[in-house]
Write a protein that binds this ligand. Structure first.
Ligand code: ADP
Length: 260
């Protein structure tokens, strides 16, 4: 009985998902086709106007590309390549990318608390993507001005301390902003695919649901703390990967060559 109900709910979710994607994607294609059509008409008479229409078309195409990228990250088309990683080092390696993405108005600080050199086992690309998603949300919440703090800390969680986490050791990677914050009602909905408060074309509503799917797949958890008008902290808890921390002295690669 229960599994049947779950099946129906799943199908509903899939229906909503594909309907939403098709709708968004169609809108983006309409921008591309409309732009090209207008450009074609004006290319002889008004080349400058034609160029603007082509830029618009390119914009629409880029947004469609971003959407499919996000969808690919969702489906497991992109093979996960898990390896032992040090989250602080990973985030520090992203500093140029973060500066470029966030713009001049946002100051980025990376902190490592206590034993943050703990390793996690994760896909580098997906973890970077998750941090980038959180940073972009922080930027939007701060309207391009404010302080973004990324902190890595070693934490021992009790069972159920965050979501449905199991008891154990985790690396907690927090992204804190000084932005608009969220009401409790909003907090309840942010993990829903396609839930967004951003204007059409600016948000897909897939960022946090993607982060959530990735972290849960890694048997981690996501914590949210937010206060309206003060800011938000999103914390990704990833299970500590302890087996690979002691490398054989004569083999530099011992820590990253372990089989799955
Ligand atoms: P998108 O960013 O495309 O809207 P997300 O799933 O990443 O999709 O976020 C969903 C919604 O959650 C956002 O539209 C916004 O309302 C809210 N949100 C996410 N992160 C933050 C944040 N750091 N501060 C305030 N609101 C946020």
């Amino acid at each position: 009985q229960e599994s049947k109900l779950r099946q129906v709910q799943k199908m509903e979710a899939v229906g909503q998902l594909t309907g939403g994607i098709a709708h968004d994607f169609n809108n983006m294609l309409a921008v591309v086709l409309g732009g090209l059509e207008l450009a074609k008409r004006q290319i002889d008479g008004d080349p400058a106007a034609a160029r603007r229409h082509i830029d618009n078309a390119a914009d629409g195409a880029n947004r469609a590309a971003a959407l499919t990228r996000q969808l690919l990250a969702f489906s497991r088309e992109e093979a996960l390549r898990s390896e032992p990683l040090e989250p602080v080092a990973l985030v520090k390696g992203m500093s140029d990318l973060l500066d470029r993405t966030l713009g001049d108005g946002i100051k980025v600080t990376v902190n490592a608390a206590n034993d943050a050199a703990w390793l996690v086992r994760s896909d580098r690309h997906q973890l970077e993507n998750a941090v980038l998603n959180l940073a972009v949300n922080a930027r939007d919440a701060m309207n391009g001005r404010g302080q973004l703090t990324i902190t890595a800390a070693a934490e021992t969680l009790a069972e159920g301390a965050v979501g449905t986490c199991r008891a154990g050791e985790y690396v907690a990677l927090s992204v804190t902003d000084t932005g608009c914050g969220m009401t409790p009602e909003l907090l309840e909905r942010v993990f829903e695919p396609f839930f967004t408060t951003k204007p059409a074309g600016k948000g897909t509503g897939l960022g946090l649901s993607q982060v959530f799917a990735f972290v849960r797949q890694a048997e981690g958890e996501v914590g949210l703390r937010s206060e309206v008008g003060r800011g938000t902290t999103v914390t990704i808890y990833l299970p500590r990967y302890a087996d690979g921390t002691v490398a054989e002295p004569h083999s530099e690669n011992a820590a990253i060559d372990l089989p799955d």
